[in-house]
Design a binder for this molecule. Structure first.
Ligand code: 6GU
Length: 250
């Protein structure tokens, strides 16, 4: 019913936006149960050290295994005794975070996020965690962030809006009307609202026509054109199935 989310980070304040807007409301309504943890609370030295130099040499620092091991032990112990979380590790070396993966994760009752700073976490932490719980290493895109915290915000927002009762009715109906994964293949076209004329620019006449068949066809054409222009990589998937049915229906 309520999705539990644990986040272990050296910057809990970076996750403050989880108190705002859609995710904040989902928490206030009891649909999301978010627990933030400071990784440094599982250090034991006076400097609260979480990183060290990489074996084998090279630039940057690597996150030490011991604090992460204790943190994941504590997270496991804090949740329901009959469950384990799915551990989500944001990393540019992970599998792409897609709408499909967001849907899979939204179906799980308990997610634990382990965003890293520096060059990443000692590999043994991920391997040992994987003996105890499902682990997903995932990237939000082909660019490098300074740390995984912002990626956690992205993922939690994408997941939260899929939870039952989080979005308004209009929006959830709209999403339901698409086959699962449809948005991965076709970008949305342009949208307009009142006034019908603004700074000498008109709303496309077809949208004022009241002809819903014509409007649907126009929107489809706009979506095709925008996908061709902005995401030609998606066009290759149009032939491979799933799309014909939607086009016929529309
Ligand atoms: Cl998940 N983390 C970091 N640090 N950089 C990224 C990323 C994640 N996804 C894309 N770039």
């Amino acid at each position: 019913e309520s999705t539990r989310i644990d986040v272990v980070t050296i910057f809990p304040e970076y996750l403050e936006p989880l108190n705002v807007s859609l995710v904040g409301k989902a928490r206030a309504r009891g649909r999301l149960d978010v627990h933030l943890h400071d990784l440094r609370s599982w250090t034991h030295d006076v400097h609260r050290t979480v990183d060290d130099t990489p074996y084998g040499g090279g630039p940057g620092m690597v996150m030490k295994p011991e604090p992460w091991g204790e943190a994941l032990d504590a997270v496991l112990a804090a949740g329901p005794a009959d469950q384990v979380p799915t551990l989500v590790v944001p990393t540019p070396s992970g599998v792409p975070f897609t709408q499909e993966l967001a849907q899979e994760l939204a179906a799980r009752p308990w997610l634990a996020f382990a965003p890293a700073r520096y060059e990443g976490i000692d590999r043994r932490v991920i391997e040992e965690a994987a003996t105890r719980m499902p682990v997903v290493e995932t990237s939000i895109g082909d660019y490098v962030l300074a740390g995984g915290e912002v990626a956690v915000l992205v993922m939690v927002e994408a997941i939260a809006r899929l939870l039952p009762g989080v979005l308004g009715n209009a929006e959830s109906h709209r999403d339901d009307s698409f086959a699962p994964g449809a948005m991965a293949d076709l970008l949305e076209g342009p949208v307009y609202t009142k006034p019908a004329q603004w700074r000498g620019r008109e709303v496309p006449e077809v949208l004022l026509s009241g002809n819903h068949g014509l409007i649907a066809r126009w929107r489809r054409e706009q979506a095709f054109a925008r996908t061709l222009a902005n995401r030609p990589d998606l066009v290759g998937r149009w032939q491979l199935g799933g799309f014909d049915k939607k086009e016929r229906a529309a």
